[in-house]
Structure formats: C-alpha cells, structure tokens
Design a binder for this molecule. Structure first.
Ligand code: FAD
Length: 174
C-alpha cells in the first residue's frame, strides 16, 4: 500500500508526512505516493491556511502533464499487463515462456514504485504464485490473480479469473 512514512534509511516515521513514501535516496518517491498525499505535503511546506490545505483523496489526480502518482502509474501498468497477457500465444513455445518469465522477473525488480515492487516480488516468490506462462488462458488467470493480490492488500474489489481476458482483449460481456 501507499504506506505511512515508510523509509529505508532509518528516518523516524513522524518526520515523513502521512502517506508519503520515501525513495531509496531518502527523498519522497513520486511514483510510490498518491497525488493526494503529495499535494498535502507540498501545501504543508508552503504554509498555506488550513482552508486551502484541505485535500480530499478521492477528488484529486495529477494533471496529465505531471509525473504519474502511484495510482496513475498502477492503472497504466495494469492496462499494459492485462493487454500483454491477452495477446500472449494460446500455446506458448518454451522460448516464449522463458522470455515472459524473464520479463516478469525484470519488471518486478524495475517497477518505479519500490514498495509495490518489493511486495510483488515477494508474492511471486511464494509457492503457488510463480508465473504460469504455458498458455494465454493460464497466463491471463495468473495476471488476474496477481492484480487481485494487490486489490486485496488495498481493500479493493477482487475480480473473477475469467474477467482478465475480457479486460485485456475481448471487452466486457454485455
Ligand atoms: P486498478 O487496480 O489500477 O485497476 C484498473 C482497472 O482494472 C479497474 O478499474 C478494473 O476495471 C480492472 N481490474 C481490477 N482488478 C482486476 C483484475 N484482477 N483483473 C482484471 N482487471 C482488473 N498501489 C499501492 O498503493 N500500493 C501497492 O503496493 C501497489 N502495488 C502495485 C503493484 C503492481 C505490480 C502494480 C502494477 C500496481 C500496484 N499499485 C499499488 C497500484 C494499484 O494496483 C492501482 O493501480 C492503483 O491504486 C489505482 O487503482 P484503481 O482502483 O484505479 O484500479
């Protein structure tokens, strides 16, 4: 989750504004933090009046020309990942399976929200959660489970496995 005052460098938690996640460099990590928390932090730093500092988490999002926050980055990434699984071969060759495993290993290490990346890597390492890439069907169900794992962690709705293909390729059934 977005976390509260997470830090890798031992900074006391109360030094970090609520909801703001620090990067490995000890500075606030934009792609790990929601825009609401980011806006609250920057407004606090400019000492505006309480009336103008009120931030409603559900009502604000980064402008289109700003770097994505953790939510915008996540939505775009899930779009990519579900589209990737929906366009995967119905029966994958050993080479295609190996390439996809390599991709997922690298993706889970390089994802710009490091707290998300670490949790995702840990989930992928757990018995039963290793990428299942033998076919489009299997991979789509695995991707849906992966997304559901993050949904669960964040207290969101969990999707049924078969809806992964609807999400990424055929569109929702009417
Ligand atoms: P999203 O979860 O982005 O989903 C977009 C749309 O996909 C939904 O509106 C729905 O239509 C559809 N959908 C939802 N679930 C499924 C499913 N199982 N299968 C198919 N379609 C589905 N954010 C954090 O704050 N903390 C984290 O630790 C974190 N970890 C992440 C790890 C990864 C690998 C990724 C890609 C993202 C992570 N995120 C994390 C971002 C988070 O998952 C959301 O993307 C973000 O909170 C925005 O959520 P959303 O409600 O708009 O919908």
């Amino acid at each position: 989750e977005s976390g509260e005052g997470k830090s890798t460098d031992g900074t006391p938690k109360q030094a970090v504004p609520k909801g703001v996640v620090l990067g490995k460099d000890g500075k606030p990590c934009r792609s790990c933090t929601s825009f609401a928390s980011w806006a609250a932090m920057t407004k606090k730093n400019t000492s505006e009046s309480p009336q103008t500092t009120a931030v409603h988490p559900q009502s604000i999002a980064p402008p289109d020309d700003c770097p994505p926050d953790v939510e915008a980055l996540g939505r775009s990434t899930w779009t990519f990942l579900h589209t990737l699984s929906a366009s995967y071969p119905p029966q994958a060759s050993p080479t295609q399976q190996s390439e996809m495993r390599q991709f997922l290993g690298l993706f889970s290490r390089l994802y710009p929200c490091w707290t998300c990346a670490e949790d995702f890597q840990e989930w992928m390492r757990s018995p039963g959660n290793e990428p299942r890439v033998s076919s489009r069907g299997e991979f789509g169900r695995w991707m849906c489970e992966a997304h559901n794992e993050v949904n669960r962690k964040m207290g969101k709705e969990v999707f049924e496995g078969s809806r992964g293909e609807e999400r990424g390729r055929t569109g929702w059934k009417d």
